[in-house]
Design a protein around this ligand. Structure first.
Ligand SMILES: [Zn+2]
Length: 426
């Protein structure tokens, strides 16, 4: 597996195509449609026994004009790099001109109360805690400002929110991502600001708390539309009605090539099919590569896949998701206990020659989550994630940020693990 993966450029070429020819694969976009067709072709070339598209309902949201200017009597004027949050409502063409209040979290917002918040923009400026070694924990500790900040601020009469990008990097890329409006709460516009922009704004507010912001973000929500999951499989020799799914998600945010998130995961899933076929390995169970649509906004791709599996009475043995970037492999996380976990961890010996050592409890992913109810073992592919959130959901997530060797090592690790767990019986 490793020899073949490390001496073939197909997956890297597929990644280049998805990044450069179908950037901004947001739900319902021409880029997403082109990516569906490209990966369908790539699965044919990889040698999948059958390939099909699965229709998925998806929300449709469109970015508009975006501008954010600080106007300060003390400091002058400055432009900030912003990006509207996915599913946000927009402002008018002229935008909003308002004072702004900075908070670190929802407690601080509550302490300020309606008298300080009403009619103003709220600026959520809690940074990612860089002391946390697990970069996903750092992200997780900061991201509720993005997902829930608009509704929380709206409860106190705020007219918009500006949220510090959920990234450990200090640069000028805004990092977008989805927000969730709470039902019954007035929807207000929400944008992410780059971390450098957040620092500047915070500094200016110290010397001029009365400064004003002119915020323009004319994004809008369109009616829901349709897109597709792309599925290719190799039929199992002994247990064709038992399934192992390996996946990434095909949609990305509109402002990025989405190379690490998650074209990389998609091309690794396709590469697994190619490796089995090229090496003439026929699995016991049916193995599938799935490119999910709409992971980013509302997860309908993963849910549709699990619903159809349930309806058809499919027996799902295991599912692996690669959606943590495609840097160097460290190992896998397993949602298992006891003897089952021990069995899985005993496989780590085969990976030691490749410096892949982390066979830990805890893993999975948002697209395979719905398969858990069908009994599928949840597996998360775990690469080194220290750089991931510097790219995540920003224009910095480009093809150039992916190293061919790291991508290949990951593909080989995934295909090897699937080969080995297919030999086991739980
Ligand atoms: Zn992702």
């Amino acid at each position: 597996m490793f020899d073949e993966a490390l001496s073939d450029n197909t997956a890297y070429g597929n990644l280049e195509y998805l990044s450069k020819k179908t950037p901004g694969r947001i739900n319902g976009s021409p880029s997403a449609a082109k990516a569906v067709e490209f990966t369908r072709q790539a699965l044919i070339e990889a040698g999948a026994d059958s390939i099909w598209l699965q229709k998925v309902p998806v929300p449709s949201w469109e970015r508009g004009t975006e501008k954010c200017k600080i106007i300060s009597r003390v400091n002058g004027k400055a432009e900030l790099s912003i990006a509207a949050l996915g599913l946000s409502v927009g402002t008018s063409e002229k935008g909003i001109v308002s004072e702004i209040v900075e908070v670190q979290d929802f407690e601080m917002l509550k302490a300020l109360g309606r008298s300080r918040v009403e009619g103003r923009i709220v600026f959520f400026n809690r940074p990612v805690d860089n002391k946390l070694i697990n970069s996903f924990a750092g992200y997780g500790g900061a991201v509720n400002q993005r997902t829930l900040g608009a509704s929380e601020a709206s409860k106190f009469g705020a007219i918009a929110v500006i949220v510090r990008s959920a990234t450990p990097a200090l640069d000028d890329y805004p990092h977008t991502g989805v927000l969730r409006y709470e039902e019954g709460v007035n929807k207000i516009p929400a944008v992410a600001v780059s971390t450098k922009g957040a620092e500047l704004l915070s500094n200016w507010l110290k010397s001029d708390p009365a400064l004003k912001i002119n915020l323009i973000s004319t994004c809008k929500n369109n009616p829901d539309t349709w897109s597709y999951n792309v599925i290719g499989e190799i039929k199992g020799l002994q247990n064709p009605n038992e399934y192992i799914t390996v996946c990434g998600h095909l949609d990305s945010w509109d402002i990025t090539e989405g190379a690490h998130d998650d074209a990389g995961g998609c091309v690794q899933a396709i590469e697994m099919i190619r490796l089995f076929k090229k090496l003439g390995i026929r699995p016991k169970r049916t193995i599938r590569a799935v490119m999910f649509m709409n992971e980013e906004m509302s997860g309908t791709g993963g849910r549709t896949y699990a619903e159809e599996a349930k309806r058809k009475g499919e027996n799902h043995y295991a599912a692996l998701e690669s959606d943590r970037g495609v840097t160097s492999p460290r190992g896998f996380g397993f949602d298992a206990d006891g003897l089952k976990l021990e069995k899985l961890q005993s496989l780590s010996k085969y990976f030691l020659p490749y410096n892949i050592r982390d066979f830990d409890k805890g893993g999975g992913g948002s697209d395979i989550g719905p398969l858990k109810a069908l009994g599928a073992l949840q597996i998360g592919y775990m690469p080194d994630t220290q750089r991931y959130f510097s790219y995540h959901h920003s224009a910095n997530d480009t093809f150039e940020q992916v190293n061919i060797r790291e991508l290949q090592m990951g593909s080989a690790a995934i295909a090897s693990l699937i080969y080995l767990i297919d030999l086991l019986d739980f």
